[in-house]
Design a protein around this ligand. Structure first.
Ligand code: HEM
Length: 141
């Protein structure tokens, strides 16, 4: 059961990473259509929150079932999780209220979307690398 939960947590993190990478194409794919940009961004945020919630859920259940104490690794995961969620909600709210019919605003938000996605990809990658180093016994977190 615990093994399955770890495996599910791990697969969900990879699916999440794939979503973040796929999201990088949204600004280019909707570059001439501000309303499509807003719509795609909305669907993307829903998927983002759905998957990241499942990541937290499987992690918390694994902690409870495995009776795992809080470790630095888990604290870093919860921190990264909160930062990812916080940035995503801020970004979505900005895109929701922005006057996207103004080309300048649309341009700034397209650039912002990509920059935010890159930061989020980096955060998830750092976490995956940290856990690989932990599994190899190089790091004890
Ligand atoms: C509330 C949020 C989270 C909780 C409670 C949680 C909990 C856990 C627990 C208990 C483990 C097993 C720890 C161990 O082996 O020492 C684990 C593994 C892992 N978690 Fe999380 N996690 C959370 C969020 C995240 C997030 C946001 C990421 C990615 C950014 C992440 C990436 C990983 C990775 C890569 C592993 C190693 C999986 C493997 O063994 O293949 N976790 N998590």
């Amino acid at each position: 059961m615990l093994e399955q939960l770890f495996a599910t947590h791990s697969i969900l993190v990879k699916i999440f990473l794939a979503l973040l990478v796929a999201g990088l194409f949204i600004p280019a794919m909707t570059s001439k259509k501000p309303l499509s940009f807003r719509k795609a961004s909305f669907i993307y945020t829903m998927l983002f929150q759905g998957i990241i919630t499942m990541v937290a859920f499987t992690g918390i259940i694994a902690m409870v079932i495995g009776e795992m104490p809080m470790s630095i690794g888990i604290i870093v995961m919860i921190l990264i999780w909160s930062i990812l969620m916080f940035i995503e909600i801020k970004k979505y709210k900005l895109i929701k209220v922005a006057k996207l019919d103004k080309p300048e605003t649309h341009k700034v938000l397209k650039g912002g979307f990509i920059k935010i996605s890159i930061i989020q990809i980096l955060l998830v990658t750092i976490m995956v690398v940290l856990m690989i180093l932990k599994a190899k016994g190089i790091l004890s977190i």
